[in-house]
Design a protein around this ligand. Structure first.
Ligand code: GLC
Length: 700
């Protein structure tokens, strides 16, 4: 039975101040599993609370779980239903590992292509981001696990993330950076994690206007606001600003002990000293225990009203109760990994984007293949708190070997790409294999009918990418293979946009992001056409200098400030008003089938009906996109905005009709004086395959 409000009020009455303080800052998990932990108050039957990373699957040391594809790969499916399925799976697996809160999804907008955590986020577009934030949170919470959308808000880079002040307009916050969080709250998220950075002069963990006035008062958020780890910057400012829970609440030494890690500290006490540029992206880990004794003292002196602490505790107890923690031991949930294996694989396959194809794909059965690339014998993931042990791993090469009926030659060609790990994976020097040689890869490619070159970037939390090129000599590997095999297929496994200088010299290009544990199986399914290539770009691909954040003040900032001077013009909204064409537009993705767009009609002012036909001789999945524009907007607004999208499976020769709901966000504008107002019509709705390929139009 769950507690009624009066019972929670009764508990607050009976708790001593010390016990209340114990409930609002973390401790070390005695079982060494949880990333964040509250020991509860046994005297009053208040249970423990365990919080675990992360957006790509549950990290509970010693208890592997399903490693899902990068969040950007999920967004590339343009299918929020897959997001809900992943959320359900992660919720089940969290509960089965006694974790009560999952520290995800990451819902920050992809503002700059270099951001080291783009693989943990969804898109450059707020409507697409909000759709996945909503579906993922719905899935997680449906399993009685607390979802923790993060990092609230405007944590769009890793460089100096714990000190940088983001100078951003209220309009851009409202229309671009907040919608993902609003959707997560509307989906019933029980918690929100504040970002390390400061926004418009106030650190997020003590940012009263965004945490109390917007999140709690305006949106009605009744869960708890938890800081990022070592991201609480004060006692009085944070408590009175609306922060409810300080994590980890322990010292760096205690934290590393929980993770079973040796503390790698140089004389300045900097962790990660072996890669100096990491420390620029790490928080000051001496920054802890603000909500321990100092908070009790602040209550005693009256600087923090005890009612505020009561509200903090109430918000936490309410979420504990909501997920059934007061109903006694929840026991071991039923995590059926095998189901989740298929969920992870289908997301990876569906999220794979076919950027170029001269007809070499899909591959015929029996074809002889060379698979080359530095990471083909491993799965590809990013570095940082999203790292975890996967229950099951299928390397890129292994998946292709299992699926192919012809000969498969495998050559790495280059040394492994340097990858940062927070958990010591990068110190794994057990690799006894002979050094790979580029010429071996080229020779293997020359003898095969098809050469599949798998290349990757190396993104991590706490550090942004220095540029958008592939690390090391991977471009050279592609060029040398393409020179000896006209059927060269390049598979890019990256965290976000990368520059592809050789794209016109090869037969096909696939973007598969970080595909998660089923890496090779998902890729093989797409290469052989077992599933249609149905991914679409959730971010624009362009040359580094052509993005609107290519000056130092816009990224990574200078003098402790970063200026979002592009305002609303993020991603395709910038390229729509730029005289530079992107390499591949937002929403781009080829299919193995062929779609013709027959008609569109307006059902009402928030829905259009589109009829398309699959004119090919094989099934395909199309993602029908709807962009809205209005003649009445000024130059300070984008010329059009994504309003809706629908993925639809269409059999060969079939004609289907789909209804696309158009999101209010695409018809609204925010400004400081008026708040939210509707844009003036009439509106044109473009029905498109991508931001660069409009097929039909209708006026609303
Ligand atoms: C990290 C990350 C956050 C993660 C938390 C716990 O620094 O910013 O995403 O959930 O700390 O590991």
């Amino acid at each position: 039975m769950s507690l009624v409000p009066e019972e929670i009020e009764q508990l607050i009455e009976e708790l001593t101040l010390e016990e209340k303080i114990q409930l609002v800052h973390g401790e070390a998990d005695p079982e060494g599993l949880a990333t964040g932990y509250l020991s509860g108050v046994e005297r009053l039957g208040i249970p423990e609370l365990r919080l675990a990373d992360g957006p790509l699957g549950v990290r509970a040391r010693g208890h592997p779980a399903t490693l899902f594809p990068a969040s950007i790969a999920l967004a590339a499916t343009f299918d929020p239903n897959l997001g809900r399925k992943q959320g359900v799976a992660m919720g089940r697996e969290a509960k089965a590992r006694k974790q009560d809160a999952l520290l995800g999804p990451g819902v920050n907008l992809i503002r700059v292509p270099h951001c080291g955590r783009n693989f943990e986020y969804y898109s450059e577009d707020p409507v697409l981001t909000a759709a996945f934030a909503h579906s993922m949170v719905t899935g997680i919470q449906s399993e009685d696990v607390i979802a923790t959308p993060k990092h609230y808000v405007a944590n769009n880079q890793e460089t100096n993330r714990a000190s940088v002040d983001v100078d951003v307009s209220e309009r851009a916050l409202r229309e671009c950076y907040l919608p993902g969080f609003k959707a997560a709250v509307d989906a019933g998220a029980g918690s929100v994690m504040t970002a390390y950075n400061s926004v418009n002069g106030s650190f997020m963990s003590e940012n009263r206007s965004l945490v109390t006035d917007v999140l709690k008062s305006e949106w009605g958020f009744d869960g708890y606001v938890v800081s990022d780890w070592f991201g609480t910057v004060s006692t009085v400012g944070s408590a009175n600003g609306g922060l409810d829970l300080e994590m980890p609440g322990i010292t760096r030494e205690e934290m590393w002990e929980v993770f079973g890690l040796e503390l790698d500290v140089d004389e300045e006490g900097t962790v990660f000293d072996e890669t100096e540029d990491m420390s620029a992206g790490m928080p000051d880990m001496s920054n802890t225990k603000w909500f321990a004794e100092p908070l009790a003292e602040a209550v005693r002196t009256g600087e923090v009203p005890e009612e505020r602490v009561d509200d903090m505790v109430t918000r936490i107890l309410r979420q504990m109760d909501r997920i059934g923690l007061f109903e006694g031991d929840r026991g071991e949930g039923n995590s059926t990994e095998n189901d989740h294996r298929s969920v992870s694989e289908s997301i990876a396959a569906r999220g794979t984007v076919l950027l170029e194809n001269d007809g070499v794909l899909p591959l015929a059965d029996g074809v002889d293949i060379a698979v080359v690339g530095p990471g083909v014998r491993e799965i590809t993931t990013g570095g940082g708190s999203s790292e975890m042990d996967a229950l099951y791993e299928v390397s890129t090469a292994e998946g292709i070997e299992d699926r192919a009926n012809g000969d498969v030659l495998v050559e790495r060609g280059l040394p492994k790409v340097e990858q940062v790990s927070f958990f010591g994976r990068d110190e794994d020097d057990t690799d006894q294999r002979p050094d790979p040689r580029l010429e071996d890869a080229v020779e293997a490619a020359a003898t095969a009918e098809v050469a599949v070159v798998v290349v990757q970037d190396a993104a991590t939390e706490a550090r942004d990418r220095e540029n958008l090129r592939l690390p090391g000599r991977q471009d050279q590997l592609v060029e040398e293979v393409a020179a000896v095999n006209e059927n060269t297929v390049v598979v890019v496994q990256s965290s976000g946009p990368v520059e592809l200088p050789w794209r016109s010299e090869v037969a096909a290009v696939l973007e598969s992001w970080y595909p998660g544990q089923s890496d090779g199986d998902a890729l093989a399914a797409v290469l052989f056409g077992d599933v249609d290539a149905s991914g679409r770009l959730p971010v624009t691909f362009a040359n580094e200098r052509d993005y609107p954040t290519s000056t130092e003040e816009t990224f990574p900032g200078a003098g402790g400030e970063v200026h979002y001077t592009e305002d609303l013009f993020v991603g395709y909204k910038h390229f729509d008003v730029s005289d530079v064409e992107p390499t591949y537009p937002f929403g781009h993705g080829l299919s193995y089938a062929e779609f013709s767009y027959h008609s569109v009609e307006a059902v009402d002012e928030r829905q259009v009906r589109v009829t398309i036909e699959n004119t090919a001789d094989r099934e395909g999945r199309e993602v029908v996109q709807a962009y809205v524009s209005s003649e009445s907007v000024g130059e300070d607004r984008p010329v059009r905005e994504l309003a809706g999208f629908v993925p639809v499976d269409v059999q060969a020769g079939e004609i289907v009709t789909v209804d696309i709901d158009l999101e209010d966000l695409a018809f609204a504008q925010y400004d400081d004086s008026e708040g939210w107002t509707d844009l003036e019509g009439p509106f044109t709705v473009e029905i498109a395959r991508s931001a660069g390929d409009t097929r039909l139009e209708v006026t609303l």
